[in-house]
Ligand binder design. Structure first.
Ligand code: GLA
Length: 390
């Protein structure tokens, strides 16, 4: 039985109605880390791990939420003016529903069951996938077709305002726009994007350190504040800049004296990372995966030494990867402070790579990692009823 069939069955037994099922994928980011909220460039790819949302309408205006991963039922009256975060899993779907409501969508009530196979806290965007699957389900079931860029913005706003994590737009955007066998180059200022094909003989190998990260309580918001501080200071000498996107390496060096050591390091990461993304995209266009991989390695060092969002486990994983045959590049992926690494590996070496890295990692850290061999997947979608009958 596939995932969507079983979630539909569990939904029927919990709510006594036939649901429609939506799913949204998790992601890896190939390069461009902590650049999205600085209006820079990112290059993520959706992967075939999903959040599933089964939904059916209700007569009243209640949102009744259940989850396969968490116990209990959460009941929210959408007509109420006072809906507050509860600091738990339901904040993601409820935050999204409130955003839809605030944007003027007359949301009817709904029963919802959520199931996910994206590991939580692994840096693979399980949160964005919940938001996106819920947003798509609620919007479509209300009979409205929303532009996907608008939906991505709305989900990001929900996480910023209701959950309290000041994330950028990358994760929600790729979950809605993923394309099979392609990575996506996104300009986070204009939201202009293009797809870049990942060669058929290359695999995305995801190595989960099993060291959990938690964005809302980690140094994520602090990093974001440090970048804003850098912009404020640099703007005194360079009026008219809005974000680190507007700063060149030469300008940063010239005005280094206006920054503290910490803010300089953060800014240096962002400015050089943006340049690396553009170079990596160019390398991919010309089929030079080795050059792409080099930029990934540099990105990891910058995140470790300048942005300081790596951790011992991520560094061990990247170091081990670098010693294997057939690997083009390896780096931490996502927000950091734990989570996963992404490795570009030649397909015929992928299995051996996974085995050796797993063995080496366990030996060094005492932790058994989870390693998955992936290819880029498509974006969020309604699961057709024919798929439910399999
Ligand atoms: C998390 C956030 C993204 C992005 C990355 C770091 O995944 O959700 O918006 O900032 O961290 O690149």
């Amino acid at each position: 039985m596939n995932e969507s069939t079983s979630i539909a069955e569990r939904f029927r037994s919990k709510f006594g109605a036939n649901p429609r099922v939506y799913r949204a994928p998790g992601r890896v980011n190939l390069i461009g880390e902590h650049t999205d909220y600085n209006e820079g460039f990112v290059m993520p790819a959706a992967i075939g791990m999903y959040c599933w949302v089964a939904i059916s309408p209700r007569e009243d205006r209640k949102l009744v939420l259940r989850s396969d991963e968490f116990s209990g039922t959460v009941d929210v009256d959408l007509g109420s003016a006072e809906i507050r975060p509860r600091r738990m899993w339901s904040d993601y779907p409820v935050g999204v529903a409130l955003q839809l409501k605030q944007m003027g969508l007359p949301l009817p009530g709904a029963n919802i069951l959520i199931h996910g196979d994206i590991p939580m806290g692994a840096g693979l965007s399980s949160s964005a996938a919940v938001e996106v699957a819920t947003a798509l389900a609620l919007a479509e079931e209300s009979g409205h077709t929303w532009d996907r860029v608008q939906l991505a913005r709305l989900c990001q706003k929900a996480e910023n305002e209701f959950v309290g994590a000041r994330v950028g737009i990358m994760d929600q955007f790729i979950s809605l726009h993923g394309r099979k066998n392609h990575a996506l180059l996104l300009d986070c200022r204009s939201l202009h994007f293009e797809f870049a094909a990942i060669p058929e003989n290359v695999r995305l190998v995801v190595c989960n350190t099993m060291e959990k990260h938690e964005l809302a309580s980690s140094g994520y918001n602090q990093r974001r504040a440090e970048c804003e501080e850098a912009v404020r200071r640099l703007a005194q000498a360079m009026p008219g800049i809005h974000s680190l996107r507007d700063v060149t390496l030469e300008q940063l060096e010239r005005h280094r004296g206006t920054l503290s050591e910490i803010t300089y390091k953060r800014a240096l990461h962002v400015v050089t990372e943006n340049a690396r993304v553009l170079e990596a995209a160019e390398a991919l266009r010309s089929g030079d995966i080795a050059r792409f991989g080099k930029r990934m390695g540099e990105s990891h060092c910058s995140l470790r030494d300048l942005y300081e969002v790596s951790c011992a486990e991520l560094d061990v994983m990247v170091e081990l990867a670098g010693k294997q045959e057939g690997v083009y590049g390896a780096r931490m992926t996502g927000g950091g402070f734990g989570g996963s690494t992404i490795n570009l590996v030649e397909a015929r070496f992928a299995e051996a790579f996974a085995e050796r890295v797993a063995r080496g990692y366990e030996k060094e850290t005492g932790i058994a990692p989870k390693i998955q061999i992936c290819t880029p997947a498509g974006g969020a979608t309604l699961v057709e009823p024919s798929d439910l009958q399999e």
